[in-house]
Write a protein that binds this ligand. Structure first.
Ligand code: HEC
Length: 281
């Protein structure tokens, strides 16, 4: 029996730990929970209120969201559908592309149906938490995850405003200095080796700052505390992860039933085996 259980445990699918692609900072894991319907519903609400003005979701219909997130048609119409859209419509943005291109310096905000799959959930989660004040930019903000971003900080009233911390500025300066030496064709090999070492040290320091949450300092409070804001962004990211892969909800549900079925089968098989061997001894 023990052997059988060990064999079954081995066969159970081990969820693969996806290696994080690219290096962006901060890089905290999003830790979303697609089985948490309240979180997804909250994410949907934030999305239609704050993002749909510019970003459509062409592959997603309100009616499908209602079904997957366990909302009635009435709840959906009252809470998610703004303007004159209908229950069966896809999530169209309110601004047309031409307006958007004029207003946003030639970049047309993307359709976000699939963004969590294209960029990755962690990227999206950290992107929405990493706007910082930068007066040289058209909207007064920049982003460490998406440098020179063309999107304003839409959620500033919730998050408040943050600036780069002194520690981050100093690390960035060291990286810039090291890079300058590495790109200098007249620098000696020795100087380059030293610069490489310096760059490496600074990058380790950067990862440390990110892990400690020390990249930014709050300079203006928002309606939410930092914890509440992170939680909301987690919900919003969860909603985008769901739209990027709607069948995931279903396959998860089905997976649970499959495992339960296998378990019942295991118990039956065990008693059957006992029954067969009873007379042999
Ligand atoms: C005022 C218009 C506007 C609103 C509202 C807006 N965005 Fe954006 N967003 C943009 C623009 C413009 C870009 C393109 C930025 C660039 O390419 O520099 C962008 C880019 C993005 C990207 C990166 C896409 C990619 O892969 O390059 C994500 C993710 C995103 N927005 C998410 C959101 C979310 C989530 C919300 C709601 C909280 C939101 N946006 C609200 C204008 C907007």
């Amino acid at each position: 029996m023990k052997k059988l259980i060990t064999a079954i445990l081995f066969l159970l699918p081990v969820s693969a730990f996806a290696a994080g692609g690219g290096n962006f900072y901060p890089n905290e894991p999003a830790n979303i929970d697609l089985s948490d319907k309240t979180s997804l519903q909250n994410g949907a609400k934030l999305y239609v209120n704050y993002c749909l003005g510019c970003h459509s979701m062409e592959y997603v219909r309100y009616s499908r969201i209602a079904q997957d997130l366990e909302l009635t048609e009435e709840q959906t119409v009252n809470n998610l559908i703004l303007g004159d859209q209908r229950f069966g419509d896809t999530l169209d943005k309110s601004m047309n592309s031409e307006q958007a291109q004029k207003k946003y310096f030639g970049v047309d905000p993307l359709d976000l149906s699939l963004v969590a799959r294209v960029r990755g959930e962690d990227w999206v989660y950290n992107y929405l938490r990493s706007f910082y004040v930068d007066s040289s930019r058209p909207f007064g903000v920049n982003n460490t995850v998406f440098p020179q971003v063309g999107m304003p900080h839409i959620l500033a009233d919730l998050q408040g405003l943050q600036a780069k911390s002194d520690a981050l500025l100093s690390v960035e300066e060291q990286i810039a200095e090291a890079k300058a030496v590495l790109n200098d064709s007249e620098a000696s090999d020795e100087a380059k080796a030293e610069a490489k070492e310096k760059q490496h040290r600074a990058e380790v320091e950067m990862a440390k700052l990110a892990a400690q949450g020390n990249m930014f300092v709050q300079i203006e409070e928002g309606q939410m505390t930092p914890e509440e804001y992170d939680e909301s962004i987690r919900d919003l990211t969860a909603f985008m992860a769901y739209t990027a892969n709607p069948v995931k909800l279903e396959s998860k549900r089905m997976g649970v039933w499959v495992l339960m079925f296998l378990f019942v089968l295991l118990i039956l098989a065990y008693f059957l085996k006992k029954e067969f061997w009873k007379d042999v001894h």
